[in-house]
Design a protein around this ligand. Structure first.
Ligand SMILES: Nc1ncnc2c1ncn2[C@@H]1O[C@H](COP(=O)(O)OP(=O)(O)OP(=O)(O)O)[C@@H](O)[C@H]1O
Length: 292
């Protein structure tokens, strides 16, 4: 069976910014977290998948279908949560739901009622009277109420209080128990990824830096800390995001085994968090090691 989402060699140029040759593949049954610094290109990539902006080149397939040629068919099976509010501000939650509902043949009113209750959503309140978190919850309730096979979300946990965030993560995790479904979501809150992501894709300055399983990242990568003079050695294994201060250096290695072979016990090795991987991979090294 084809991948649920496949972005192949996609490029998009804005004045002053470019998404360069983006490749991302997500299989059914998994959660992929999409991370990167501000302005890295996360929202633009999500907009390309949703055909909200036009790509310059490349191909995007969702459920094995071209995302532009089959836009209507595809969107019926996508639950989309976007960080900007795209509802009519003057309508109440109830009225807005009634407007959206006919667009989905698999709309599940009972599911919507359940999420409204779970999320404490006031049906009679106008969208403009909702807090940021409430708008996000409403967006989620809609996305989860039409049996979407793929959830695409831009910063869904931002603006949510810790309790609701944790509930949302549980919902996402239970959703992918159905091995036919997947979740692709961008976030700045990397602790959410520690909890639920199967895959991590990191984008920086319009380029995909890595796209791997979370387990592979945590198992293979490591933080290396040591004295400055250790860095002077001719290290063959690339070190990422080297930071040097008066006490020593710290850096990220993609290959724990290899770097250990080279540096032995002369340095300290620590297990990285997703946050570490993001920070080291996107900051400019302030030290160049010979041969890099
Ligand atoms: N319509 C546009 N015209 C020109 N430039 C744009 C447009 N939309 C986005 N950009 C630029 O593209 C770059 C990437 O923006 P994007 O919103 O995709 O980043 P992001 O990773 O989602 O950032 P954040 O984490 O801050 O939301 C930025 O430099 C932004 O200014």
């Amino acid at each position: 069976m084809s991948s649920i989402l496949e972005i192949a060699n996609v490029s998009k140029k804005y004045k002053g910014f470019e998404l360069k040759d983006i490749n991302i593949t997500l299989e059914r049954g998994y959660i992929m977290g999409f991370i990167g610094p501000n302005g890295a290109g996360k929202s633009s990539t999500i907009k390309l998948i949703m055909n909200l902006i036009k790509k310059d080149s490349g191909e995007i397939n969702v459920f094995g279908l071209d995302n532009i040629k089959n836009e209507i068919e595809i969107k019926e099976k996508i639950g989309f949560v976007y960080d900007e509010n795209y509802y009519y501000e003057e309508l109440t939650i109830q009225e807005m739901k009634n407007l959206i509902r006919p667009f989905y043949s698999l709309w599940d009113e009972a599911a919507f009622t359940k999420y409204v209750k779970d999320f404490n959503l006031p049906l009679k309140k106008k969208i403009k009277q909702l807090s940021k978190g409430m708008k996000m919850k409403f967006s989620l309730a809609i996305a989860l109420s039409h049996h979407a096979e793929l959830l695409i979300m831009d910063e869904p946990t931002s603006g949510l209080d810790p309790l609701v965030r944790s509930e949302l993560l549980e919902i996402l995790q239970s959703l992918i128990q159905d091995e036919n479904k997947s979740v692709f979501f961008s976030t700045h809150i990397t602790s959410d990824l520690d909890k639920i992501a199967d895959y991590i894709t990191l984008i920086n300055n319009g380029e995909i830096v890595l796209s791997k399983t979370k387990d592979e990242l945590i198992d293979k990568y490591c933080i290396v800390k040591g004295r400055k003079d250790t860095l002077a050695a001719n290290i063959e294994e690339p070190l990422i995001g080297i930071k040097v201060n008066e006490y020593g250096f710290e850096a990220l290695s993609k290959n724990k085994k290899e770097i250990r072979k080279i540096l032995g016990d002369s340095v300290l090795y620590e297990k990285p968090t997703i946050e570490d991987i993001l920070v080291f991979s996107t900051r400019r090294s302030d030290h160049i090691v010979s041969s890099y």
